[in-house]
Design a protein around this ligand. Structure first.
Ligand code: PMP
Length: 414
């Protein structure tokens, strides 16, 4: 089954440094299946025109496809098309909420409650807005396991935050936060909730309507779609409270030299020519996700367990975080080999893993790590990917024992 899925991904068919590619960095960006590549190509080869502007046939076709893509992607998240604002990705989506909602809604001394395990994309915009408005940024602490301290969260809600911002899934640890429960509790004290779904969208079935999130943000390129497209799904009430954050073409109704009135939502939040091909490609990615065999999430979970067991068995390898609710992301370190050296060695062995602080400096500091290696899986990952990783680490550990510097092993390992 997995073999058939894998064959749909042309980039996975190559060799890297003379070895089969073991791509274990899908949390950074997933590879793209052939239908997504074809959808983008078809748009440029046949349907390319600007949207919402001209009345000629080609432009009408482009507009229809672009708006159909909005309905497909919003529907995938259980929301109506009019509740989806396109952005270039999750970062821009969170900035949109920060500047078109929070900047309007926050006053001095208001509290914004942000989880302690966020990617910088879901922390820095809140720092900026809180600084601008004199509001207070309060952090929900993280336990040593990599889970949020939910007792502390409940206590902090007594400060009556205006907004809670939390990742659905941690990009460092794979922790699945109990967002449904957190949203419910936040709503009881009158807070709005933004859920950063960047890592969740590729692994979980997400119904934003059912979750009752006020804002749910995502990036297309992490869910098998193109780069440069993503969005924010907003409840109608939250959307009504937003003001346009960027102005220009496409987002207006009437304009005089001195004044302008805005188009209706969601178009008033989409100034300028959007990423039309990206949206169409993302709709194709969503259809790809919907057509995956029903047990694909189970298969990813089993492969993660396999990887964890194999890594645990290697001398000196330590898994970072121990969360019962986890999707296919796992950080680890070697007690003997510096992560930079190990990552370089793995690359020589055809294995792509992420190295560093994963755009989550405060979380790494809270966990007491300078940097980690991170493997992340997708629906196309298989045991061979993991075996290749494990074999390369074992070789590196062995070489270290024998007194070779791992960075010098490249020539010997080929
Ligand atoms: N949030 C999380 C949890 C992420 O993992 C990422 C990407 N690594 C982002 C936000 C930002 O996404 P993008 O770079 O696509 O805007």
């Amino acid at each position: 089954m997995n073999r058939r899925i894998r064959q749909l991904f042309p980039a996975l068919q190559q060799r890297i440094n003379g070895q089969p590619l073991s791509y274990l960095d899908s949390a950074a960006t997933s590879q793209k299946p052939a239908p997504v590549i074809a959808a983008v190509q078809q748009f440029y080869r046949r349907d390319n025109a600007n949207v919402h502007r001209a009345g000629y046939t080609l432009a009408a076709r482009a507009t229809a496809q672009f708006e159909q893509a909005r309905a497909t992607v919003a529907g995938h998240f259980g929301m109506p098309a009019t509740n989806l604002v396109w952005t270039k990705g999750c970062t821009e989506a969170i900035n949109l909420v920060a500047f078109s909602w929070a900047l309007e809604q926050l006053s001095e001394n208001d509290v914004v409650l942000v989880s302690g395990l966020e990617h910088h994309a879901n922390l820095l915009p809140w720092q900026q807005v809180c600084r601008a408005k004199g509001a207070r940024l309060v952090i929900v602490p993280v336990l040593a396991t990599g889970e949020l301290d939910l007792d502390a969260y409940r206590t902090l809600l007594a400060q009556q935050p205006k907004l809670v911002a939390v990742a659905h899934v941690s990009n460092v640890l794979g922790t699945v936060n109990p967002v449904a429960e957190m949203i419910d509790q936040a709503h009881q004290v009158g807070a709005k909730v933004l859920v950063d779904g960047a890592q969740a969208a590729a692994h979980l079935s997400v119904d934003v309507g059912q979750l009752n999130a006020d804002f749910y943000t995502f990036s297309g390129h992490k869910m098998y779609g193109p780069t440069g497209i993503g969005g924010v799904l907003m409840s109608t009430e939250a959307m009504d409270a937003c003001v346009p954050w960027q102005t220009g073409g496409e987002m207006v109704e009437q304009v005089s030299y001195q004044d302008a009135s805005w188009a209706s939502a969601p178009h008033c939040f989409e100034a300028g020519t959007p990423n039309i091909a990206g949206a169409i490609g993302l709709a194709s990615a969503v259809q790809f996700l919907q057509q995956l065999p029903s047990n694909w999430q189970q298969q990813e979970a089993e492969l993660l367990d396999y990887a964890k067991a194999k890594l645990n068995a290697i001398e000196g390898i330590e898994l970072v975080g121990e969360t019962p609710q986890q999707v296919a992301v796992q950080s680890f370190i070697s007690r003997q080999i510096h992560p930079h050296d190990l990552a370089h060695y793995l690359d020589q062995a055809g294995v792509s893993v992420r190295l560093g602080k994963h755009c989550a400096h405060p979380l790494l500091a809270a966990l007491g790590h300078e940097s980690t290696l991170r493997l992340s899986l997708a629906c196309y990952s298989n045991q061979q990917d993991i075996d290749q990783l494990v074999a390369a680490i074992e070789l590196a550990v062995e070489a270290q024992h024998e007194g070779h510097a791992v960075g010098m092993l490249d020539e010997h390992s080929a």
